[in-house]
Design a protein around this ligand. Structure first.
Ligand SMILES: Cc1cc2nc3c(=O)[nH]c(=O)nc-3n(C[C@H](O)[C@H](O)[C@H](O)COP(=O)(O)OP(=O)(O)OC[C@H]3O[C@@H](n4cnc5c(N)ncnc54)[C@H](O)[C@@H]3O)c2cc1C
Length: 821
């Protein structure tokens, strides 16, 4: 009998592990039953009854129409009853975009060979030339203190340069006069600008993200495209896109802004149009926009367009010179001075031709917005966050080497090193994610879930990096002024967190919520069969999806358990992957099986309520996200294969795996059904939790990369603007190089003092004393002096008159005649 149970368990594990078809289960089941009848010595009648029962069940399950009739059609009926109805806007949000690597992660068995076969995205020679030319020049033109404090705007010549050099038309095809850049190039431009001036970066980023140009390209009429796209490309129009209303921020589909279809006079003629009333806030570029992309709900109470009265959200392009458009006032988003402000209008009449796409697209605005959201979200904030992280890694590493306390560069003090190593490793992972996500867009994907993951995790990691960098800079980061290179970035961090889907909502509602439906191999098919199909078509589709779904759950549960028992020894790795990364691939494969199983069990246990259980769905989203970030990091390493970068990979991957494990642990601890929680824990972690946080030794190696001038540091911060001039960050770069070069001289001076060869009184020039005693050469003294001057300049913070210079400014602003009087 023991042998029978052992054979049954082994058969179950093997069949489930390999996802065997139903027929194989049936054959093995029959064989086991025969064996059982033999070893248990059932009587003839019992054996015949058992065999008959088995045959009936086997026939019902294996013959599809019988299975549908007796089983899955009943499940479908129940499913239809319990599945909540989806609103049109929810449906359009779910349907938007595409799935890519997220589907692999959701499947429980990611195909690593497929991922590694994807060519690493590359910039074309023209794109590289644009980065080396106009982008470099634009960066050099920007003085962040002048922009954020003195002018509170980009200077006119910078605006002019941005428009003339086509920065506002990167996504517009060349046939319309745009630059027609790849997503990677677009992302790299935004990233580089972000390392120098956030105002410049955002002013360039917004017209290239979700807004008039993107919407026109996808849905515009030929006349609209031919008129507006060349003007947008050349900067003759400054666009903005206004969706947010005081009453509708995150819940943007509920905007109360409205328009009523009516007849009116336009340019002397009576035309069919609409009277639009809106009240928008937070609109980026709004105060200087000439072309307002406007979202409102369109009503047709007089049936001038058709039967429907509530046509739905509609997007129109409104020249801001139109009478009745109130625009121009500014908000002050945490001292970030990119143009941002409210706009409004009451009963402003405009022709229907202003609807993007014309009348045919009246009421299709939400579908249009959702359809275009992914590409911009995959690029804008991930790229600007990576830019921020690269600048922080480079500047904070340099500062930590130049600034010394307790006679030691602060970067060598373990506490500082810990934060520094974290910045460096996060930066590597962020850049990897940026490149992989932009690459997906270039392959034609509109990655709905992956763009949300990139947006959330890049902005959160940037927040952590800037917090770490602020701690390392101490007072130097706090006192604002031209010599502070991180204070403004710190101030602005919550902006990236809030826009394009505020982060709490993105984490708890979108990443898993949308992923569970879109990226899951069967859920959407089941839902469509239940809600959008009828009769035998629905029955067949549901039967196929549902039975495959059951097999999927069993397979992932068993795989998760076996991987847990064997520490992932059998989990898939890519055929041509680097051997030093093999165990990470295995760990993600293990995590993927565990996640897929956990996701299905959670949906089974909580059903529709899971949507409201945001603490659980947020953590499920975290696990999915960590797998994506790790995949991107491994792919990035494989595409470059530079051994020197391994510490960054190791730290970042281990940290992400540990976080994923914590998320699973917390889901299980808070699972509503305790017996299920126990089953989950035994299945996923049969030998306990396997992943530990990154080692301190790895953290030190990561910190070392940004504390040393060299290729690893340059690769980590590749694509950023490296200041060459005499401004604060330019001097920091020079001081960093000088500090490293002078370390042997510093060492000589230290030893000389320690051994009493020189006894400098307080405030004395130690170098000069050493020079006079012949302990260092004249050249060494000159080199040391230069380094000291740079060091003092770097540690300097700004101070201002009592009134922060207001009186002086007022004086400058007073016309000479008034002064004379
Ligand atoms: C500087 C700046 C620039 C902007 N630019 C533009 C622009 O150009 N065009 C435009 O149309 N809009 C723009 N916005 C608006 C931006 O998209 C909104 O601020 C954003 O959608 C959040 O809305 P809210 O600020 O009203 O926050 P709220 O919607 O009030 O949300 C407050 C908090 O509640 C959370 N929350 C809300 N719902 C849920 C949920 N269901 N589950 C969990 N958490 C939830 C949010 O995550 C957030 O943390 C901009 C905003 C700012 C600040």
């Amino acid at each position: 009998m023991i042998l029978f149970f052992a054979a049954a368990i082994a058969a179950f594990l093997v069949l489930a592990y390999f996802g065997a078809p139903l027929l194989a289960w049936t054959i093995v089941g029959g064989a086991l039953l025969a064996y059982l009848s033999d070893v248990a010595a059932f009587g003839a009648i019992t054996s015949v009854v058992l065999a008959a029962l088995f045959v009936i069940v086997a026939v019902v399950l294996n013959i599809r129409w019988l299975r549908r009739l007796s089983f899955t059609d009943h499940v479908l009926a129940v499913y239809r009853r319990i599945l909540p109805d989806m609103s049109q806007t929810e449906k359009e949000a779910i349907d938007a975009g595409t799935v890519w690597w997220d589907a692999d992660l959701f499947s429980g068995r990611p195909d690593w060979d497929k991922l590694l076969a994807v060519r690493a995205p590359r910039l074309s020679p023209e794109e590289q030339a644009f980065l080396d030319g106009p982008v470099e020049e634009l960066c050099a033109m920007c003085d962040d203190w002048q922009i954020t404090h003195e002018l509170q705007d980009l200077p006119p010549h910078v605006w002019q340069y941005i428009k003339e050099r086509g920065f506002l038309g990167m996504i517009i095809p060349r046939k319309y006069g745009g630059l027609g850049f790849s997503a990677l190039a677009h992302s790299t431009v935004v990233m580089k600008l972000s390392t120098r001036s956030s105002a410049a970066a955002i002013s360039v980023m917004v017209p290239n993200s979700l807004g008039p140009a993107e919407l026109l390209l996808h849905y515009g009429t030929d006349a609209q495209k031919d008129y507006y796209l060349p003007r947008l490309a050349k900067g003759l129009e400054i666009p903005c896109f206004a969706l947010t209303n005081p009453e509708a921020g995150s819940d943007a589909a509920s905007i109360p802004d409205y328009a009523v279809v009516c007849k009116g006079t336009w340019q002397g003629k009576e035309v069919l149009g609409m009277r639009v009333t809106w009240d928008k806030r937070y609109i980026t570029l709004g105060p200087v926009a000439t072309l307002l992309g406007l979202a409102f709900r369109l009503y047709d109470p007089d049936h001038l367009l058709g039967d429907k009265e509530d046509l739905g959200i509609t997007c129109a392009l409104v020249p801001t010179s139109t009478p009745g458009v109130n625009i121009g006032r500014r908000h002050m988003p945490l001292n970030a001075v990119f143009q941002n402000g409210p706009n409004s209008g009451r009963d402003v009449f405009m022709p229907l031709e202003w609807i993007i796409g014309g009348r045919d697209y009246a009421g299709k605005g939400w579908m249009m917005l959702m359809g275009c959201l992914a590409a911009g979200r995959a690029i804008s904030l991930p790229s600007s966050s990576v830019g921020g992280a690269k600048a922080l890694a480079r500047f904070t590493g340099a500062y930590a080497r130049v600034r010394a306390q307790f006679k030691t560069p602060i970067g060598r003090l373990e506490g500082v090193e810990e934060a520094l190593g974290r910045i460096a490793a996060h930066c590597y992972m962020m850049d990897a994610t940026r490149i992989m996500t932009a690459g997906a867009v270039d392959m034609g994907e509109k990655p709905a879930v992956l763009s949300a993951i990139a947006k959330y995790h890049m902005t959160e990691r940037a927040r952590q990096a800037v917090n770490d960098a602020m701690d390392i800079h101490g007072g130097k980061g706090i006192c604002l002024g031209p010599n502070n290179w991180i204070g403004r970035g710190y101030q602005m961090t919550p902006i990236a967190i809030t826009v394009e889907g505020a982060n709490i909502l993105t984490r708890t509602l979108i990443i898993f919520g949308q992923g569970a439906i879109r990226a899951h191999p069967f859920v959407l098919r089941e839902m469509r069969a239940a809600k959008e199909m009828a009769g035998s078509e629905a029955s067949r589709e549901f039967d196929d999806a549902f039975t495959s779904h059951i097999g999927h759950v069993i397979r992932n549960g068993v795989r998760s358990f076996i991987y847990g028992l064997t520490h992932g020894a059998f989990a898939p790795v890519p055929r041509r992957g680097s051997p030093e990364l093999a165990h990470y691939y295995r760990n993600v494969s293990r995590l993927s099986a565990a996640f897929a199983f956990l996701a299905d069990v959670s949906m089974l246990a909580m059903g529709g309520a899971l949507k409201r259980k945001e603490k659980i769905s947020g953590r499920l989203g975290d696990v999915l996200s960590m797998m994506y970030l790790v995949s991107a990091t491994l792919k990035h390493y494989e595409d470059q294969r530079v051994h020197e970068d391994l510490p960054l990979v190791r730290w970042a991957v281990r940290d992400a795996l540990y976080h994923a494990q914590q998320a699973i642990d917390q889901i299980v601890s808070n699972f509503p059904l305790k017996w299920m929680a126990t089953m989950l824990r035994w299945t996923i972690f049969p030998l306990g939790t396997p992943w530990r946080p990154p080692l301190d030794s790895r953290n030190r190696e990561c910190a070392q990369i940004v504390l040393e001038a060299g290729t690893a540091r340059d690769r980590l911060t590749a694509g950023m603007y490296v200041p060459k001039g005499d401004d604060a960050t330019g001097r920091l770069e020079q001081a960093f190089v000088a500090a490293i070069a002078c370390e042997p001289i510093d060492e000589k001076l230290r030893k000389s003092v320690k051994k009493g060869r020189i006894q400098p009184p307080p405030g004395a020039d130690v170098g000069l004393l050493a020079r006079e005693k012949g302990l260092i050469t004249a050249d060494e003294y000159a080199q040391w002096q230069k380094k000291e001057a740079l060091r003092r300049s770097v540690i300097k913070v700004d101070d201002f008159p009592q009134d922060f210079g207001r009186a002086e400014l007022a004086e400058q602003a007073t016309p000479p005649l008034v002064k004379a009087a």
